[in-house]
Every structure is written in structure tokens, then in C-alpha cells.
Design a protein. Structure first.
Length: 554
């Protein structure tokens, strides 16, 4: 069987959609796809497309393929390393086949089981004792702020400028957490927790001071009302997860001017996930990022005959769930918001604005290309062999898209490295337009921001999420560089829903939800008795990353 994400198999009923004006759909973008066919009684043609064979996770099943009567199901194999999907003409069905287990046959004439699962109105409806399931397309949840800003962008002339005015007038420092009461502290050992990352390189004064972690909502144990800036503390109940805090005033200069007064005492939090313990996944939101053209792409970079840079503007016939598969619920460790929307995910200025249709940010899920990966962009990705990495996407020698479990690009790098050279601040960090750092026409860069980096520390590897209560891209880059990150990328900005992180802690048979900072909890949903965390319990319109405990071997 193919090596890939460890899990089970899913299928999705998709309403028949009109053929795109370009004559292409998302399936046509998959260069390595493989198609098998059978013919049912009455001459009905069935196609089963393995969309990314190196991953072996996603399939598309079509009955009466590409006819006015087409029925389509998007199939996701939750355990591609030990089971496979095949068509069986003799049994007129789709067969889930695994070594050492009896075949599970889903009949296709008629496809009653698939239709019943699709009618369940849940994102993932199980079949074959949960080894096979149906993913259903449901509306993704969005906050009132998200709904309002999207309405302005989509329906109101000049809506993007209005949104930018509002966020830079009213939200610029709205979420800033201040370190206003520094105190002296006896310096503990440089690494009080043996399995924590190494303490970041901060100014000498930081080693003799303490900070009150205002707004921090993760549980780091009793008696931690004050912390030494840069010390990594383990999160209670989650081995392999650590958190630290410091401010821009703690950062070494690195040839940069000191931060502005409004930024110098703003608290920044970082959460490190030990990649020896955890896997990372990525899920597109039900609506974001979109696939059409960004308004930032100039007319010269657009093809008026195409609905988007890849010739499509819809994910059909595939389904985007915006939720974690329940099969992963027992292993879930954390979720955090992904990257920019398509509206902001292309370049209006600088060299990248004149290349590759304005270099729209690319993204891949389960080896399936939704938007082509672009050279020069910072990319968080994982390969079929389980390796999680973060690098500037190269022009050559990059993994083939079909071998990627996921990939998400989000602009130019904050920190980047090359073989034989020390990590450095990205070339475009100090250039507002060429770096695509803000939607503000007057180049105001300081706001709530989030980012991620890959930290390699003495043979150990950590994925680090950074939350900056108010910061510029340069401050983000300096902070990630001080942490020792090899590469770092921006994620999203301006509001708590765009910088959300939740951690899941188990006690007995119950799961507790902890958020990185106070205020993020309002983004979860509750009926008064049961909490439905964002991404985990409710489909969301935004893309996100998730962290899970590594599964045992097959």
C-alpha cells in the first residue's frame, strides 16, 4: 500500500455542478491521477480516479461520468498505508481492500449506502465500520466580523479599502498585551526542562528579569505568575508542547533600528510542538482560500478567458469540509488558523507581481493541487513519508505536488536559510509592497499578527506557532531569528479569529479546550452544555492546521 497519512477512508457526495467555462475542473489539475473504469448493468459507466497515487488518500467516484446524470463522490482513504479502493465489476461495487481483513463492498447499482451517508448532514458519515465514510459539503461557520468584511469585499464598491481603513483605524493595537511591570528575577538554569527547546538569544538584561504573562490562557502550572522572558515552559497535560513569552525590547538589534514605543512592550507568545511526538495536517476551509483571481493581480497578469490563475474558481467536484475528521479526534492536540484569503494572496507590487499570474499563493491537500505552488514563496508542507518542513519553495528539486500530504504558501519568508549559510531575515521583510505585508494603502504594518517557524535544535525539530499582540513583519522576523528558527512564514493578522490557536488536553475520558490567549474562546460554539470547538466540532469557512499525536505503526 502507499505510504501516507495514517487514518481511514472517506467519501463525499457532491451535487452535480456545471462544467467550468474553461473546460477544466479541479481533477484536471492533478497531473499524476490514475483512472479505473467499469460498466454497470444497463451500460452505466463508472470511473474511480486516484487523484494523487503517491499519497493514496483521495479518490473521486463518478457514475454516468460527465453526463447530465453524473453522480460524484469524493473518497478519502483514512489508512492508505494499509488499505486501498478498487472497482469490482463482478460485484458491481466499490471495494475497500486491506490485507488480513475481509473486503468491504459498497454497492453501486444502486448506490443506496452512499446516498444514505450523504443525507446524514454531517461532514464525515461513516461506512464500512468507519473504515470508509462520506464527507458532506456543509456551510462553514464564520464570525460576524468575518461575515461583514467578506460582504464588503464581495458586494461593496471600494469594500477592500473600507475594510483596511476600519482595521487600521480601530484594530491596529486593539489586541496588544503590554509588559508594563518588569521585575528582577534570579536567573534559573538555561534549560529548566530537558526536553524543551533551547532558550532564545535575547539581550543580556532579559536573563535577569521577569514578565507577567498577561492574557495567556494555556495552563503552565500553578505559581507561574511571572516568567523569565524566553524560558520555555511545558503545557500541563501535554508532553511535547511548550510555551514562551518575550517582547520586542528583549530582541538583539541584528542591524535593525529599535522597535517603535507602541511595539516595544507588546507581549509575544510562542508555542512549540515536538515533531518527534506529533504529526501535522492541513485542511482547507469550506470557502477560504478561494480559487479565483485576487484583485491584487494586475490586468496584465490575468487571462480574461480563465476564471482563476489555474483555470478554475471552484473546488467541485471535490468537497472542502473545514473540519477535522472525527477519526482523528482521539489523537488531536491542537488547531490553529491557516493563512491569508485569496483576496490577499497575490502580489500587487514588486517582482513577484509580474511573474506567474502575480504569484497567487498555492495550497495542496492530500496531494491534490487546489492552487499551484509558486517559487519564491514561504511554504509549510508535509510529504508522504511523514516529514514536516517549512522552506521557501524552490524553482527546482522540490517535492512533486502529488507526493505532498499538504502544502500551504503564505507570502514571502520572514526568515529563510540556504545550504551552508546561517538563517537570515527574508529579503522582502523590509519592503511593504514587494513583501505583500498589509492591506493598508498607507503602508501601516503594525497590527496583531501570527506566524510559524521550523526550529531545529540539536537534532530535534519543533514546529513553532508565534502570536504577536501587535507587531510589524520585521519584528516577527527578528523574534523567529532569535528563537533559532531555520525558516519562518507569516500566517494571518488583524483579529483573534485570524490568529486562533486551541489546545486539547485530556483528563480521564474528558477533553478540555485551552486557548492561547483569553478572548479566543468566543470563537467556539456552545449550546449551553456542550462546547463545539472551532475546526474540531464545527465546519469553518477558514483553512487551518492541526497537530495530532503520532499514530502507532501499522
Amino acid at each position: 500500500m502507499m505510504t501516507g497519512w495514517r487514518g481511514a477512508v472517506v467519501a463525499v457526495l457532491v451535487a452535480t455542478a456545471p462544467w467550468p467555462a474553461s473546460g477544466r475542473d479541479l481533477v484536471d489539475l492533478q497531473a499524476d491521477r490514475q483512472v479505473a473504469t467499469i460498466t454497470l448493468a444497463g451500460g452505466r459507466r463508472v470511473e474511480l480516479t486516484d487523484l494523487a497515487p503517491p499519497i493514496g488518500a483521495w479518490y473521486l467516484l463518478r457514475i454516468d461520468a460527465r453526463s447530465p446524470r453524473t453522480q460524484a463522490w469524493h473518497l478519502e482513504n483514512r489508512a492508505p498505508h494499509r488499505q486501498a479502493l478498487v472497482l469490482d465489476a463482478a460485484r458491481a461495487g466499490l471495494v475497500l481492500r486491506a490485507e488480513g481483513s475481509p473486503d468491504c463492498v459498497v454497492r453501486l447499482s444502486p448506490p443506496d449506502a452512499l446516498a444514505a451517508a450523504a443525507a446524514a448532514r454531517v461532514p464525515f458519515a461513516p461506512l464500512c465500520d468507519g473504515r470508509l465514510a462520506v464527507r458532506n459539503a456543509l456551510p462553514g461557520h464564520r464570525t460576524s466580523l468575518e461575515a461583514t468584511t467578506q460582504f464588503l469585499r464581495d458586494r461593496v464598491w471600494g469594500g477592500e479599502r473600507l475594510v483596511s481603513f476600519v482595521k487600521h483605524t480601530f484594530y491596529q493595537d486593539a489586541f496588544a498585551l503590554r509588559d508594563t511591570a518588569r521585575a528582577s528575577a534570579a536567573p534559573p538554569a538555561d534549560k529548566p526542562w530537558p526536553d524543551a527547546p533551547t532558550r532564545p538569544r535575547l539581550v543580556p538584561a532579559a536573563s535577569t528579569q521577569s514578565v507577567a504573562p498577561a492574557g495567556l490562557a494555556l495552563d503552565i502550572g500553578a505559581g507561574q505568575e511571572r516568567l523569565r522572558p524566553g524560558d520555555w515552559w511545558p503545557v500541563q497535560g501535554r508532553h511535547g508542547v511548550f510555551v514562551t513569552a518575550f517582547t520586542p525590547r528583549d530582541l538583539p538589534a541584528v542591524g535593525s533600528p529599535p522597535p517603535a514605543a507602541a511595539e516595544a512592550d507588546a507581549l509575544d507568545y510562542f508555542v512549540a510542538f515536538d515533531l518527534a511526538r506529533f504529526d501535522v495536517g492541513f485542511e482547507l476551509g469550506t470557502d477560504q482560500p478561494r480559487l479565483g483571481w485576487s484583485d491584487r493581480a494586475s490586468g496584465a497578469m490575468r487571462d480574461a478567458l480563465l476564471p482563476g490563475p489555474d483555470g478554475i474558481d471552484s473546488a467541485a467536484p471535490l468537497v472542502r469540509t473545514g473540519a477535522v475528521d472525527p477519526a482523528l479526534a482521539r489523537r488531536i492536540v491542537a488547531t490553529f488558523t491557516g493563512g491569508f484569503k485569496r483576496e490577499h494572496g497575490a502580489f500587487a507590487h514588486g517582482p513577484l507581481s509580474t511573474q506567474n499570474h502575480a504569484s497567487h499563493y498555492g495550497f495542496v491537500e492530500q496531494g491534490v493541487v487546489f492552487s499551484t505552488l509558486q517559487p519564491g514563496l514561504s511554504t509549510l508542507f508535509a510529504t508522504a513519508d511523514g516529514q514536516v518542513d517549512l522552506r521557501t519553495w524552490p524553482r527546482q528539486d522540490a517535492p512533486a505536488p502529488a507526493t505532498l500530504r499538504f502544502a500551504r504558501q503564505n507570502g514571502v519568508p520572514l526568515v529563510e536559510s540556504t545550504a551552508g549559510a546561517a538563517p537570515r531575515i527574508g529579503a522582502w521583510v523590509r519592503q511593504w509592497g514587494a513583501g505583500n505585508w498589509s492591506g493598508s494603502a498607507d503602508e501601516q504594518e503594525r497590527t496583531l499578527r501570527a506566524g510559524a517557524c521550523l526550529l531545529e535544535d540539536g537534532g530535534r525539530r519543533f514546529l513553532v506557532y508565534g502570536w504577536f499582540s501587535t507587531a510589524t513583519p520585521l519584528t516577527m522576523a527578528r523574534a523567529f531569528l532569535a528563537l533559532g528558527c531555520r525558516d519562518a512564514m507569516h500566517l494571518d493578522m488583524n483579529a483573534l479569529e485570524h490568529t486562533y490557536l486551541a489546545l486539547y488536553v485530556r483528563e480521564g475520558g474528558r477533553v478540555g479546550v485551552e486557548h492561547l490567549v483569553e478572548g479566543m474562546s468566543v470563537l467556539d460554539r456552545s449550546d449551553g452544555q456542550t462546547l463545539a470547538p472551532r475546526f474540531l466540532g464545527v465546519p469553518d469557512d477558514r483553512d487551518f492546521f492541526y497537530v495530532v499525536d503520532k499514530a502507532p505503526g501499522p
